[in-house]
Design a protein around this ligand. Structure first.
Ligand code: 5CA
Length: 439
């Protein structure tokens, strides 16, 4: 993409409304713009990252055996009256009437809706287990929307729902999601610690939140000091989803970790000196709630003995749009964002320091074409601007590597290669640049 043509409205100044780095940088790097409190438009650069995050989430869901569907954002109120949650959800739910005065709502989550779909389609235990997910916008009229996309009112969530015959099978479904979540966050280069959590308005008795430790996190969390040195990245690699995952689950929940609501100092199993208290960003939350929805909504199947039993269910959420903010909280410096390769909006930045110079322009245009032909996504700064402004813009946008073409290097057949994360610079012969980055 040529920067001269790209819609990338960068801001030079820090926007006064942004209190944390990710919100500041998403506005400055032209990723999002606020529409109203907690509601955002995603601009081209931001949308690229959102799509990449979404795709990693999707691939790991698919790998676990979950199947993608797409349910609507708007739901009829009756569904929620049937489950008994319509009143409980209170002001957080956006309610309105359609032209026929039917009560509708903008879905904050989809337990009721998916349960009725499965109820009407599945009658026998032979059709189980099933696990359905979608990636869809939600609306929650949060009391305090803040920190940009971190706590929005409208936000993108991946939510899925598992349906099983009995509690043992449902636990295996829960464990599969536990593994899928570890894999998902690890692929984004994030260390998300699974913590015992409160189930809140979703209900049920077993639940884990996946928390990224960060000073700007909204929740107070507690964990065993050893979590800080634990490498969860490799943990779930190569695990077979068809094997019994209970030992894996036991292992990865044996080190203490709990959210504020679940942490009781008087009954904490580890001594204070081994306990870390920190702030966390909740990027995922999984629930096992048995028959909490299947019972009131009449979602039953015939079991092996012919008797009808209510489905055993769990639900599992990932904050897809929140993750974009969380990724920046975990990956930035004073100059801007530092994208991990797996979610970067472009793999490379290409800077032409002297677009007015014929040789520079020819070399930069040529390299841009070759990199693209090699399948690499490149953001090419071909604008007529000062070198300082170009370096600052490229650092702010935070692509993993930058290639810089200027007259002096070119005379010797070289370009400069800058690695964004460590700032290391080195000369690279122009004719080796494509080979260096092509897979
Ligand atoms: N139905 C369940 C699981 S599908 C559910 O709704 N769980 S949740 O309430 O915990 O939300 C799932 C995830 O969505 C959270 O872990 C968080 O990452 C994200 N999320 C929740 N509220 C917001 C919000 N206001 N803004 C951005 N992300 C949010």
């Amino acid at each position: 993409m040529r920067l001269s043509q790209y819609f990338l409205p960068l801001l030079r100044e820090n926007p006064s409304e942004a209190q944390i780095a990710s919100h500041r940088l998403m506005l400055r790097a032209g990723m999002i713009r606020q529409s109203s409190a907690g509601i955002y438009s995603w601009l081209p650069l931001g949308l690229r990252v959102l799509k990449r995050v979404e795709q990693i989430v999707r691939e790991e869901q698919d790998r676990s055996g979950a199947q993608e569907i797409l349910m609507p954002t708007i739901q009829p109120a009756e569904l929620w009256k049937e489950s008994g949650r319509y009143e409980d959800y209170g002001k957080e739910m956006l309610r309105f009437n359609d032209r026929h005065e039917r009560e509708m709502l903008y879905g904050p989550t989809n337990e009721e809706q998916v349960t009725t779909i499965v109820r009407d389609a599945i009658k026998s235990y032979r059709d189980l287990p099933k696990n359905l997910y979608h990636i869809q916008w939600k609306f929650r009229d949060e009391v305090r929307p803040r920190f940009g996309v971190m706590r929005g009112r409208e936000f993108l969530m991946k939510d899925n729902y598992s349906f099983d015959l009995d509690a043992k099978a449902a636990k295996q479904s829960y464990n599969k999601m536990f593994v899928a979540y570890l894999r998902t966050f690890a692929r984004m280069g994030l260390k998300a610690i699974p913590m015992r959590a409160d189930t809140g308005p979703i209900g049920g008795e077993l639940s884990h939140e996946f928390q990224i430790l960060a000073d700007t996190g909204e929740s107070e969390v507690y964990c065993d000091r050893r979590w800080l040195e634990t490498d969860i990245l490799a943990a779930a690699e190569g695990l077979d989803y068809d094997s019994d995952l209970e030992p894996f689950f036991r292992h990865w929940t044996s080190l203490y970790a709990a959210t504020d609501e679940m942490h009781k100092p008087e009954s904490c199993p580890i001594p204070p000196e081994e306990l870390v208290s920190a702030r966390g960003i909740e990027v995922g939350h999984i629930f096992y709630f048995g028959t909490r929805y299947s019972q009131p909504l009449g979602a039953v199947v015939a079991g092996p003995d012919g008797a009808e039993v209510p489905l055993e269910m769990g639900s599992y959420g990932i904050g897809v749009s929140r993750l974009v903010g969380a990724l920046i909280e975990a990956n930035h410096d004073d100059s801007g964002i530092i994208w991990p390769e797996s979610v970067a909006p472009f793999r490379l930045g290409l800077i032409n320091l002297r677009p007015a110079d014929d040789k520079c322009r020819a070399a930069a245009d040529d390299l841009y074409g070759k990199l693209r032909n090699a399948g690499l996504e490149v953001l090419y700064d071909d604008r007529d601007d000062s070198p300082g402004a170009k370096f600052a813009a490229m650092d702010l946008v935070g692509l993993p590597d930058q290639l810089i073409i200027g007259p002096r290097g070119l005379a010797a057949g070289n370009i400069e290669w800058k690695h964004r994360r460590d700032g290391a610079r080195q000369d690279l012969p122009l004719d080796t640049a494509v080979g260096r980055f092509a897979a």
